[in-house]
Design a protein around this ligand. Structure first.
Ligand code: TRP
Length: 444
Protein backbone atom coordinates (compact mmCIF):
# COMPACT_ATOMS: atom_id res chain seq x y z
CA UNK A 1 0.00 0.00 0.00
CA UNK A 2 1.15 3.43 -0.83
CA UNK A 3 2.07 5.04 2.47
CA UNK A 4 1.51 8.56 1.23
CA UNK A 5 -2.23 8.11 0.85
CA UNK A 6 -4.60 8.41 3.77
CA UNK A 7 -7.40 5.94 4.38
CA UNK A 8 -10.75 6.35 6.04
CA UNK A 9 -10.49 5.69 9.75
CA UNK A 10 -13.21 3.12 10.39
CA UNK A 11 -15.66 0.80 8.71
CA UNK A 12 -18.60 2.90 9.67
CA UNK A 13 -16.72 5.90 8.30
CA UNK A 14 -16.36 4.14 4.97
CA UNK A 15 -20.06 3.44 4.72
CA UNK A 16 -20.92 6.91 5.90
CA UNK A 17 -18.66 8.50 3.33
CA UNK A 18 -19.87 6.35 0.43
CA UNK A 19 -23.49 6.69 1.49
CA UNK A 20 -22.91 10.39 2.04
CA UNK A 21 -21.79 10.66 -1.55
CA UNK A 22 -24.71 8.64 -2.83
CA UNK A 23 -27.46 10.18 -0.74
CA UNK A 24 -28.01 13.74 -1.80
CA UNK A 25 -30.18 15.97 -3.91
CA UNK A 26 -30.34 13.13 -6.41
CA UNK A 27 -32.56 11.23 -4.01
CA UNK A 28 -34.71 14.00 -2.63
CA UNK A 29 -34.83 16.51 -5.47
CA UNK A 30 -34.13 14.60 -8.71
CA UNK A 31 -35.73 11.23 -7.95
CA UNK A 32 -39.26 12.55 -7.30
CA UNK A 33 -39.31 14.71 -10.41
CA UNK A 34 -37.96 11.86 -12.54
CA UNK A 35 -40.54 9.53 -11.02
CA UNK A 36 -43.34 11.96 -11.81
CA UNK A 37 -42.09 12.30 -15.33
CA UNK A 38 -41.60 8.56 -15.76
CA UNK A 39 -45.11 7.58 -14.74
CA UNK A 40 -44.70 6.63 -11.08
CA UNK A 41 -44.59 2.95 -10.14
CA UNK A 42 -43.30 1.78 -13.53
CA UNK A 43 -40.35 4.10 -13.28
CA UNK A 44 -39.60 2.89 -9.77
CA UNK A 45 -39.64 -0.76 -10.85
CA UNK A 46 -37.20 -0.13 -13.68
CA UNK A 47 -35.12 2.00 -11.35
CA UNK A 48 -34.80 -0.76 -8.78
CA UNK A 49 -33.84 -3.20 -11.52
CA UNK A 50 -31.07 -0.82 -12.59
CA UNK A 51 -29.79 -0.51 -9.01
CA UNK A 52 -29.60 -4.29 -8.62
CA UNK A 53 -28.20 -5.29 -11.99
CA UNK A 54 -26.00 -2.30 -12.84
CA UNK A 55 -25.62 -0.32 -9.66
CA UNK A 56 -24.20 -2.82 -7.20
CA UNK A 57 -21.79 -4.56 -9.61
CA UNK A 58 -20.53 -1.23 -10.91
CA UNK A 59 -20.03 0.19 -7.45
CA UNK A 60 -18.01 -2.88 -6.50
CA UNK A 61 -16.03 -2.49 -9.74
CA UNK A 62 -15.17 1.09 -8.91
CA UNK A 63 -14.04 0.05 -5.43
CA UNK A 64 -11.83 -2.63 -7.03
CA UNK A 65 -10.22 -0.11 -9.38
CA UNK A 66 -9.75 2.42 -6.60
CA UNK A 67 -8.29 0.25 -3.88
CA UNK A 68 -6.05 -1.81 -6.13
CA UNK A 69 -4.51 1.29 -7.67
CA UNK A 70 -4.66 3.72 -4.75
CA UNK A 71 -4.81 6.57 -7.24
CA UNK A 72 -7.14 9.24 -8.54
CA UNK A 73 -9.73 8.31 -11.13
CA UNK A 74 -7.57 8.85 -14.20
CA UNK A 75 -4.34 7.75 -12.53
CA UNK A 76 -6.04 4.50 -11.50
CA UNK A 77 -6.65 3.36 -15.08
CA UNK A 78 -3.16 4.43 -16.00
CA UNK A 79 -1.62 2.47 -13.14
CA UNK A 80 -3.64 -0.70 -13.76
CA UNK A 81 -3.20 -0.58 -17.51
CA UNK A 82 -0.21 1.60 -18.38
CA UNK A 83 0.19 2.89 -21.89
CA UNK A 84 -3.35 2.05 -23.00
CA UNK A 85 -6.23 4.38 -23.88
CA UNK A 86 -8.13 3.23 -20.75
CA UNK A 87 -6.96 6.36 -18.94
CA UNK A 88 -9.46 8.23 -21.08
CA UNK A 89 -12.25 6.53 -19.18
CA UNK A 90 -10.85 8.12 -16.05
CA UNK A 91 -10.50 11.49 -17.72
CA UNK A 92 -14.07 11.28 -18.98
CA UNK A 93 -15.09 10.59 -15.37
CA UNK A 94 -13.29 13.65 -14.08
CA UNK A 95 -14.95 15.77 -16.74
CA UNK A 96 -18.33 14.28 -15.87
CA UNK A 97 -17.83 15.15 -12.21
CA UNK A 98 -17.02 18.71 -13.14
CA UNK A 99 -20.12 18.97 -15.32
CA UNK A 100 -22.39 17.53 -12.62
CA UNK A 101 -21.05 20.09 -10.15
CA UNK A 102 -21.91 22.81 -12.66
CA UNK A 103 -25.65 22.34 -12.20
CA UNK A 104 -25.79 20.48 -8.89
CA UNK A 105 -24.20 23.41 -7.10
CA UNK A 106 -27.08 25.62 -8.26
CA UNK A 107 -29.63 23.33 -6.64
CA UNK A 108 -27.46 23.31 -3.52
CA UNK A 109 -27.80 27.09 -3.60
CA UNK A 110 -31.60 26.72 -3.73
CA UNK A 111 -31.51 24.63 -0.57
CA UNK A 112 -29.58 27.37 1.21
CA UNK A 113 -32.06 29.96 -0.02
CA UNK A 114 -34.93 27.86 1.29
CA UNK A 115 -33.08 27.31 4.54
CA UNK A 116 -32.85 31.07 4.89
CA UNK A 117 -36.53 31.50 4.04
CA UNK A 118 -37.39 28.89 6.67
CA UNK A 119 -35.24 30.32 9.42
CA UNK A 120 -36.55 33.83 8.90
CA UNK A 121 -40.13 32.54 8.90
CA UNK A 122 -40.78 33.84 5.39
CA UNK A 123 -41.85 30.45 4.18
CA UNK A 124 -44.72 30.42 6.63
CA UNK A 125 -48.19 31.17 5.38
CA UNK A 126 -47.24 31.68 1.75
CA UNK A 127 -50.30 31.35 -0.48
CA UNK A 128 -48.71 30.22 -3.68
CA UNK A 129 -45.61 28.07 -3.24
CA UNK A 130 -45.21 27.63 -6.92
CA UNK A 131 -44.77 31.32 -7.61
CA UNK A 132 -42.54 31.55 -4.56
CA UNK A 133 -40.20 29.10 -6.25
CA UNK A 134 -40.50 30.82 -9.62
CA UNK A 135 -39.45 34.09 -8.07
CA UNK A 136 -36.21 32.44 -6.99
CA UNK A 137 -35.68 31.04 -10.49
CA UNK A 138 -36.25 34.49 -11.96
CA UNK A 139 -33.59 36.00 -9.74
CA UNK A 140 -30.18 34.87 -11.03
CA UNK A 141 -28.24 37.06 -8.61
CA UNK A 142 -29.91 35.46 -5.60
CA UNK A 143 -29.20 32.00 -6.99
CA UNK A 144 -25.61 32.86 -7.84
CA UNK A 145 -24.78 34.19 -4.39
CA UNK A 146 -26.08 31.07 -2.64
CA UNK A 147 -24.37 28.84 -5.19
CA UNK A 148 -21.04 30.59 -4.60
CA UNK A 149 -21.45 30.26 -0.86
CA UNK A 150 -22.12 26.55 -1.23
CA UNK A 151 -19.10 26.08 -3.47
CA UNK A 152 -16.89 27.78 -0.87
CA UNK A 153 -18.33 25.62 1.90
CA UNK A 154 -17.54 22.51 -0.12
CA UNK A 155 -14.02 23.75 -0.80
CA UNK A 156 -13.55 24.34 2.91
CA UNK A 157 -14.36 20.70 3.67
CA UNK A 158 -12.09 19.50 0.90
CA UNK A 159 -9.22 21.54 2.30
CA UNK A 160 -9.78 20.35 5.84
CA UNK A 161 -8.72 16.87 4.72
CA UNK A 162 -10.27 13.55 3.98
CA UNK A 163 -10.76 12.03 7.39
CA UNK A 164 -11.91 14.95 9.41
CA UNK A 165 -13.96 16.69 6.79
CA UNK A 166 -15.83 13.95 5.03
CA UNK A 167 -16.13 11.24 7.60
CA UNK A 168 -17.12 13.24 10.61
CA UNK A 169 -19.80 15.22 8.87
CA UNK A 170 -21.36 12.21 7.20
CA UNK A 171 -21.46 10.10 10.34
CA UNK A 172 -23.64 12.42 12.35
CA UNK A 173 -25.88 13.97 9.78
CA UNK A 174 -27.02 11.08 7.63
CA UNK A 175 -28.94 9.32 10.42
CA UNK A 176 -30.59 12.58 11.41
CA UNK A 177 -31.79 13.17 7.89
CA UNK A 178 -33.12 9.65 7.70
CA UNK A 179 -35.13 10.09 10.88
CA UNK A 180 -36.62 13.36 9.75
CA UNK A 181 -37.64 11.85 6.42
CA UNK A 182 -39.50 9.09 8.24
CA UNK A 183 -41.35 11.65 10.36
CA UNK A 184 -42.30 13.64 7.28
CA UNK A 185 -43.42 10.53 5.41
CA UNK A 186 -45.75 9.59 8.26
CA UNK A 187 -47.11 13.13 8.34
CA UNK A 188 -47.67 13.18 4.58
CA UNK A 189 -49.48 9.83 4.54
CA UNK A 190 -51.84 11.04 7.25
CA UNK A 191 -53.13 13.90 5.09
CA UNK A 192 -56.61 13.55 3.61
CA UNK A 193 -56.37 12.40 0.02
CA UNK A 194 -52.82 11.13 0.36
CA UNK A 195 -53.70 7.68 -0.94
CA UNK A 196 -53.74 8.86 -4.55
CA UNK A 197 -50.05 9.64 -4.21
CA UNK A 198 -49.27 6.21 -2.82
CA UNK A 199 -51.19 4.57 -5.64
CA UNK A 200 -49.24 6.60 -8.18
CA UNK A 201 -45.99 5.52 -6.53
CA UNK A 202 -46.66 1.85 -6.03
CA UNK A 203 -49.32 0.69 -8.47
CA UNK A 204 -48.00 0.43 -12.02
CA UNK A 205 -50.20 2.23 -14.51
CA UNK A 206 -49.35 1.59 -18.13
CA UNK A 207 -51.12 4.77 -19.26
CA UNK A 208 -48.25 6.88 -18.01
CA UNK A 209 -45.35 4.92 -19.51
CA UNK A 210 -42.92 6.73 -21.73
CA UNK A 211 -40.59 4.89 -24.10
CA UNK A 212 -37.62 6.67 -22.54
CA UNK A 213 -38.37 5.22 -19.12
CA UNK A 214 -35.41 2.81 -19.31
CA UNK A 215 -32.88 5.47 -20.20
CA UNK A 216 -34.30 7.86 -17.61
CA UNK A 217 -34.32 5.27 -14.85
CA UNK A 218 -30.84 4.05 -15.71
CA UNK A 219 -29.51 7.61 -15.66
CA UNK A 220 -31.18 8.25 -12.32
CA UNK A 221 -29.77 5.04 -10.85
CA UNK A 222 -26.22 5.96 -11.88
CA UNK A 223 -26.65 9.49 -10.65
CA UNK A 224 -28.11 8.52 -7.34
CA UNK A 225 -25.49 5.88 -6.55
CA UNK A 226 -22.64 8.19 -7.62
CA UNK A 227 -21.38 5.64 -10.11
CA UNK A 228 -20.12 5.83 -13.68
CA UNK A 229 -17.58 8.60 -13.23
CA UNK A 230 -15.12 7.26 -10.73
CA UNK A 231 -16.39 8.88 -7.57
CA UNK A 232 -16.33 5.46 -5.95
CA UNK A 233 -12.89 4.86 -7.49
CA UNK A 234 -11.52 7.83 -5.61
CA UNK A 235 -13.32 6.82 -2.40
CA UNK A 236 -12.26 3.20 -2.91
CA UNK A 237 -8.67 4.39 -3.03
CA UNK A 238 -9.07 5.51 0.59
CA UNK A 239 -10.53 2.16 1.78
CA UNK A 240 -8.26 -0.02 3.86
CA UNK A 241 -7.67 -3.66 3.00
CA UNK A 242 -10.25 -5.06 5.38
CA UNK A 243 -13.28 -3.38 3.82
CA UNK A 244 -15.76 -5.85 2.34
CA UNK A 245 -16.73 -4.36 -1.03
CA UNK A 246 -19.82 -6.42 -1.68
CA UNK A 247 -21.31 -5.71 1.69
CA UNK A 248 -20.47 -2.01 1.50
CA UNK A 249 -21.99 -1.64 -1.96
CA UNK A 250 -25.17 -3.42 -0.88
CA UNK A 251 -25.50 -1.31 2.23
CA UNK A 252 -24.97 1.91 0.34
CA UNK A 253 -27.41 0.91 -2.40
CA UNK A 254 -30.04 -0.07 0.16
CA UNK A 255 -29.73 3.15 2.11
CA UNK A 256 -29.73 5.22 -1.04
CA UNK A 257 -32.83 3.54 -2.44
CA UNK A 258 -34.64 3.80 0.89
CA UNK A 259 -34.00 7.53 1.06
CA UNK A 260 -35.21 8.06 -2.51
CA UNK A 261 -38.40 6.08 -1.93
CA UNK A 262 -38.99 7.85 1.36
CA UNK A 263 -38.71 11.15 -0.46
CA UNK A 264 -41.34 9.85 -2.85
CA UNK A 265 -43.58 8.82 0.04
CA UNK A 266 -43.35 12.37 1.32
CA UNK A 267 -43.77 14.30 -1.88
CA UNK A 268 -46.42 12.35 -3.80
CA UNK A 269 -48.98 11.87 -1.04
CA UNK A 270 -48.49 15.51 -0.06
CA UNK A 271 -48.89 16.71 -3.63
CA UNK A 272 -52.03 14.64 -4.19
CA UNK A 273 -53.53 15.70 -0.87
CA UNK A 274 -52.78 19.40 -1.14
CA UNK A 275 -53.68 20.08 -4.75
CA UNK A 276 -56.76 22.08 -5.63
CA UNK A 277 -57.42 20.06 -8.78
CA UNK A 278 -56.83 16.35 -8.29
CA UNK A 279 -57.88 15.57 -11.85
CA UNK A 280 -54.80 17.21 -13.34
CA UNK A 281 -52.30 16.55 -10.57
CA UNK A 282 -50.15 14.14 -12.58
CA UNK A 283 -49.74 16.66 -15.39
CA UNK A 284 -49.00 19.32 -12.82
CA UNK A 285 -46.31 17.18 -11.23
CA UNK A 286 -44.69 16.57 -14.60
CA UNK A 287 -44.85 20.24 -15.45
CA UNK A 288 -43.46 21.16 -12.03
CA UNK A 289 -40.23 19.47 -13.08
CA UNK A 290 -37.25 20.35 -10.95
CA UNK A 291 -39.37 22.52 -8.69
CA UNK A 292 -41.33 19.65 -7.18
CA UNK A 293 -39.33 19.44 -3.99
CA UNK A 294 -39.23 23.18 -3.44
CA UNK A 295 -42.97 23.56 -3.97
CA UNK A 296 -44.54 20.50 -2.38
CA UNK A 297 -42.41 20.16 0.73
CA UNK A 298 -42.94 23.74 1.93
CA UNK A 299 -46.64 23.22 1.26
CA UNK A 300 -46.53 20.17 3.51
CA UNK A 301 -44.76 22.09 6.27
CA UNK A 302 -47.46 24.69 6.07
CA UNK A 303 -49.88 21.99 7.25
CA UNK A 304 -47.80 21.28 10.33
CA UNK A 305 -47.44 22.94 13.70
CA UNK A 306 -44.19 24.80 14.19
CA UNK A 307 -43.76 24.82 10.44
CA UNK A 308 -40.74 27.13 10.41
CA UNK A 309 -38.91 24.87 12.79
CA UNK A 310 -39.55 21.73 10.72
CA UNK A 311 -38.73 23.52 7.51
CA UNK A 312 -35.48 24.88 8.93
CA UNK A 313 -34.44 21.45 10.15
CA UNK A 314 -35.34 19.86 6.83
CA UNK A 315 -33.48 22.31 4.62
CA UNK A 316 -30.51 22.27 6.97
CA UNK A 317 -30.23 18.48 6.75
CA UNK A 318 -30.87 18.59 3.01
CA UNK A 319 -28.00 21.03 2.59
CA UNK A 320 -25.81 18.67 4.61
CA UNK A 321 -26.81 15.68 2.50
CA UNK A 322 -25.98 17.79 -0.52
CA UNK A 323 -22.60 18.84 0.79
CA UNK A 324 -21.44 15.27 1.42
CA UNK A 325 -22.23 14.71 -2.27
CA UNK A 326 -20.56 17.88 -3.58
CA UNK A 327 -17.52 17.02 -1.45
CA UNK A 328 -17.27 13.63 -3.16
CA UNK A 329 -17.60 15.17 -6.61
CA UNK A 330 -15.13 17.93 -5.93
CA UNK A 331 -12.70 15.48 -4.33
CA UNK A 332 -12.53 13.53 -7.62
CA UNK A 333 -11.61 16.55 -9.70
CA UNK A 334 -9.30 18.02 -7.07
CA UNK A 335 -7.26 14.92 -6.38
CA UNK A 336 -6.96 14.39 -10.14
CA UNK A 337 -5.36 17.82 -10.60
CA UNK A 338 -3.32 17.36 -7.45
CA UNK A 339 -1.83 14.00 -8.43
CA UNK A 340 -1.64 14.29 -12.20
CA UNK A 341 -0.46 17.87 -12.54
CA UNK A 342 1.57 18.20 -9.37
CA UNK A 343 -0.50 21.09 -8.11
CA UNK A 344 -0.83 21.47 -4.36
CA UNK A 345 -4.10 20.28 -2.86
CA UNK A 346 -4.91 23.86 -2.02
CA UNK A 347 -4.31 25.18 -5.52
CA UNK A 348 -6.25 22.31 -7.08
CA UNK A 349 -9.21 22.95 -4.82
CA UNK A 350 -9.28 26.64 -5.62
CA UNK A 351 -9.00 25.97 -9.33
CA UNK A 352 -11.86 23.49 -9.28
CA UNK A 353 -13.99 25.81 -7.14
CA UNK A 354 -13.48 28.66 -9.58
CA UNK A 355 -14.33 26.45 -12.54
CA UNK A 356 -17.47 25.14 -10.88
CA UNK A 357 -18.57 28.66 -10.07
CA UNK A 358 -18.27 29.67 -13.69
CA UNK A 359 -20.46 26.77 -14.82
CA UNK A 360 -22.80 27.49 -11.92
CA UNK A 361 -23.23 31.11 -12.95
CA UNK A 362 -24.14 30.09 -16.49
CA UNK A 363 -26.55 27.44 -15.17
CA UNK A 364 -28.20 30.04 -12.98
CA UNK A 365 -28.66 32.37 -15.91
CA UNK A 366 -29.92 29.80 -18.38
CA UNK A 367 -32.22 26.91 -17.60
CA UNK A 368 -31.40 25.33 -20.95
CA UNK A 369 -27.72 25.26 -20.03
CA UNK A 370 -28.69 23.77 -16.67
CA UNK A 371 -30.73 21.07 -18.42
CA UNK A 372 -27.98 20.30 -20.91
CA UNK A 373 -25.52 19.67 -18.08
CA UNK A 374 -28.08 17.58 -16.20
CA UNK A 375 -29.14 15.45 -19.17
CA UNK A 376 -25.71 15.03 -20.75
CA UNK A 377 -24.16 13.88 -17.49
CA UNK A 378 -26.89 11.65 -16.07
CA UNK A 379 -28.24 10.10 -19.24
CA UNK A 380 -25.10 9.96 -21.36
CA UNK A 381 -21.77 10.40 -19.63
CA UNK A 382 -22.46 8.28 -16.54
CA UNK A 383 -23.85 5.27 -18.45
CA UNK A 384 -20.97 5.50 -20.95
CA UNK A 385 -18.53 5.63 -18.06
CA UNK A 386 -20.32 2.67 -16.47
CA UNK A 387 -20.13 0.72 -19.70
CA UNK A 388 -16.37 1.13 -19.92
CA UNK A 389 -15.87 0.43 -16.23
CA UNK A 390 -17.74 -2.86 -16.58
CA UNK A 391 -15.68 -3.79 -19.64
CA UNK A 392 -12.48 -2.84 -17.86
CA UNK A 393 -13.11 -4.89 -14.74
CA UNK A 394 -15.03 -7.71 -16.44
CA UNK A 395 -12.79 -8.32 -19.43
CA UNK A 396 -9.58 -6.33 -19.28
CA UNK A 397 -8.36 -6.46 -15.70
CA UNK A 398 -6.42 -9.49 -14.47
CA UNK A 399 -9.14 -11.63 -12.88
CA UNK A 400 -6.76 -12.73 -10.12
CA UNK A 401 -6.62 -9.16 -8.98
CA UNK A 402 -10.40 -8.85 -9.07
CA UNK A 403 -10.65 -12.05 -7.04
CA UNK A 404 -8.15 -10.79 -4.49
CA UNK A 405 -9.90 -7.45 -4.10
CA UNK A 406 -13.39 -8.87 -3.89
CA UNK A 407 -12.55 -11.57 -1.38
CA UNK A 408 -9.88 -9.60 0.47
CA UNK A 409 -7.16 -12.08 -0.57
CA UNK A 410 -9.48 -15.04 -0.22
CA UNK A 411 -10.52 -14.32 3.36
CA UNK A 412 -14.19 -13.53 2.70
CA UNK A 413 -15.53 -16.95 1.81
CA UNK A 414 -19.02 -15.85 0.84
CA UNK A 415 -17.60 -13.42 -1.70
CA UNK A 416 -16.18 -16.33 -3.68
CA UNK A 417 -19.70 -17.41 -4.56
CA UNK A 418 -20.75 -13.88 -5.21
CA UNK A 419 -17.79 -13.43 -7.54
CA UNK A 420 -19.39 -15.73 -10.12
CA UNK A 421 -22.60 -13.77 -10.31
CA UNK A 422 -20.68 -10.58 -10.30
CA UNK A 423 -18.34 -11.52 -13.15
CA UNK A 424 -21.26 -12.88 -15.15
CA UNK A 425 -23.20 -9.64 -14.76
CA UNK A 426 -20.18 -7.50 -15.56
CA UNK A 427 -19.28 -9.46 -18.66
CA UNK A 428 -22.52 -10.50 -20.23
CA UNK A 429 -25.34 -8.42 -18.81
CA UNK A 430 -24.21 -4.91 -17.93
CA UNK A 431 -22.44 -3.91 -21.18
CA UNK A 432 -25.06 -5.15 -23.66
CA UNK A 433 -27.91 -3.89 -21.48
CA UNK A 434 -26.44 -0.40 -21.27
CA UNK A 435 -25.93 -0.32 -25.03
CA UNK A 436 -29.44 -1.65 -25.68
CA UNK A 437 -31.06 0.89 -23.35
CA UNK A 438 -29.09 3.62 -25.05
CA UNK A 439 -30.12 2.70 -28.54
CA UNK A 440 -33.72 2.15 -27.51
CA UNK A 441 -33.83 5.42 -25.57
CA UNK A 442 -32.34 7.44 -28.38
CA UNK A 443 -34.68 6.01 -30.99
CA UNK A 444 -37.77 6.50 -28.84
N1 TRP B 1 -25.29 10.74 -5.85
C1 TRP B 1 -25.40 12.11 -5.47
C2 TRP B 1 -26.87 12.44 -5.32
O1 TRP B 1 -27.70 11.58 -5.47
C3 TRP B 1 -24.73 13.04 -6.45
C4 TRP B 1 -23.38 12.59 -6.78
C5 TRP B 1 -22.29 12.62 -5.97
C6 TRP B 1 -22.96 11.97 -7.97
N2 TRP B 1 -21.23 12.07 -6.59
C7 TRP B 1 -21.61 11.64 -7.82
C8 TRP B 1 -23.63 11.65 -9.12
C9 TRP B 1 -20.94 10.97 -8.82
C10 TRP B 1 -22.93 10.99 -10.14
C11 TRP B 1 -21.61 10.65 -9.99
O2 TRP B 1 -27.22 13.52 -5.03
Amino acid sequence: MNARRVTFASKIGVIAAAAGSAVGLGNIWRFPSQTADGGGAIFILVYIGCILFFGIPLMVSEFVIGRSSRANTAGAFHKLSPGTPWKWVGRLGVLTGFIILGFYMVVCGWTLDYLMQSVTGNLQGIEDFSSNFTSLLCNPLRQILWMILFAFLTAFFILSGVKKGIEQSAKIMMPMLFLLLIILAVRAIMLDGASGGLTFLFKPNLDHVKPTVFLDAMGQAFFSLSIGMGCMITYGSYFDNRINFTRTAMQVATLDTLVAILAGIIIFPAAFALTANPATIVDELVAGGPGLLFITIPELFNQMHASSLWASLFFFLLALAAITSTISLMEVVTVYLHEEYNLSRRKSTLLVTAGVMILGVISSLSSSFFNILDISSAKFMLPIGGLFISLFVGWHLDQKLVYAELTNQGTIKIAIGFLKIYTFLLRFIVPPAIVAIFIYGLMA
